[in-house]
Write a protein that binds this ligand. Structure first.
Ligand code: SAM
Length: 318
């Protein structure tokens, strides 16, 4: 397959650089890295973008492949070893240990919440909040099955239902990028942390998305479209340190990992974002087909390479 210049229906260079969230009208569109086809038959009342992850799990029919895909995608990312390194570093830098009162904001169905709960026992408990009723229900099921001490409840990160200074540690992972007002969520987290407590944020930078499709012009077009449209604030890590300082967070430390995708997740995700670029008219039909075929061939021959940069910000409140 020789490199052929893509036909660009719209120059990525002219597209807005702030992601606004793809498919605001698609209730089942799962924002980051859920490359499912956009089902035309899904209801089209517009959720706000921050509700898309929640919508992916709670507004689709119970047997919907989109719905199970939301669970599978969260699990796939959770397993990535280099992301695990940032999770471990977050625990270390926030000094999360036995006795800590920990809040996990946007906890999904509690994968890391449960690990933290095991870590802080005995003597304390972990609380997880998420907007998705289905994720919270599944998280509670897992808490009960494992017999750990953790409270999971449905709440909006931008309006946390807790008194000031209720926690020693608050963390938020892969959530801020989806919110209408990520800075409100950050303000809320700082509010509910006691003075001297710690905060941890893990988030990607969408402009670091990388895949070894040899036609670099085509790859740049697809990746720029993804960065511009997949989530609401795909580049927010760049402003995070300033916002933390403005909120009175001290000793801000930053770590990063270029998180390498596992091959199946990479194939699924990058196929999906090529199709999204095609559906949006950013690349034409021929380029879309070539993109999909290239990813499939790279996967088939075990040559697919893909990665995205993730950051961990930690700091002390007050
Ligand atoms: C990519 S998942 C990350 C889940 C989990 N933090 C993890 O790292 O596995 C994003 C999560 O954010 C949740 N979410 C989206 N908007 C939210 C909001 N406004 N308040 C609370 N949670 C929200 C979604 O329901 C979803 O569980």
């Amino acid at each position: 397959m020789g490199p052929v210049e893509p036909t660009l229906a719209a120059s990525p260079a002219t597209a807005p650089r702030t992601g606004r969230g793809r498919d605001r009208n698609d209730r089942c569109a799962n924002a980051y890295a859920t490359p499912v086809p956009r089902p035309a038959a899904m209801p089209s009342s517009a959720p706000t973008p921050d509700r898309r992850f929640a919508a992916a799990s709670s507004s689709c029919p119970r047997d919907s492949p989109v719905r199970s895909s939301a669970f599978a995608t969260v699990s796939s990312f959770d397993r990535l070893p280099l992301l695990r390194e940032l999770k471990a570093l977050a625990i270390e830098r926030t000094r999360t240990g036995p006795g800590s009162r920990v809040l996990d904001v946007g906890c999904g169905f509690g994968l890391e919440t449960l690990r933290l709960a095991r870590r802080v026992q005995p003597g304390a408990a972990v609380t997880g909040v998420d907007l998705s009723a289905d994720f919270v229900a599944e998280g509670r099921r897992r808490v009960a099955a494992e017999g750990v001490q953790a409270a999971l409840l449905r709440a909006d990160a931008q309006h946390l239902p807790f008194a000031d200074a209720s926690f020693d540690v608050a963390r938020i992972e892969r959530v801020l990028i989806y919110l209408d007002d990520p800075w409100a969520a950050l303000r809320e987290m700082v509010r509910v942390i006691r003075p001297g407590g710690t905060v941890a944020i893990i988030a990607p930078d969408f402009d670091t998305n990388t895949v070894n499709v040899p036609d670099t012009a085509l790859a740049r077009a697809v990746l720029a479209h993804e960065s511009d449209t997949a989530v609401v604030h795909g580049l927010l890590v760049r402003d995070l340190r300033g916002h933390l300082l403005d909120l009175g967070v001290r000793d801000v430390e930053i770590a990063s990992r270029m998180v390498v995708f596992d091959p199946d997740l990479a194939a699924q995700y990058f196929t999906g974002i090529g199709r999204s670029a095609g559906a949006a008219g950013v690349i034409d039909e021929e380029a879309t087909a070539r993109w999909v075929a290239t990813i499939a061939e790279l996967r088939r021959t075990d040559r697919l390479f893909a990665a995205i940069g993730y950051y961990l910000f930690t700091g002390r409140v007050g």
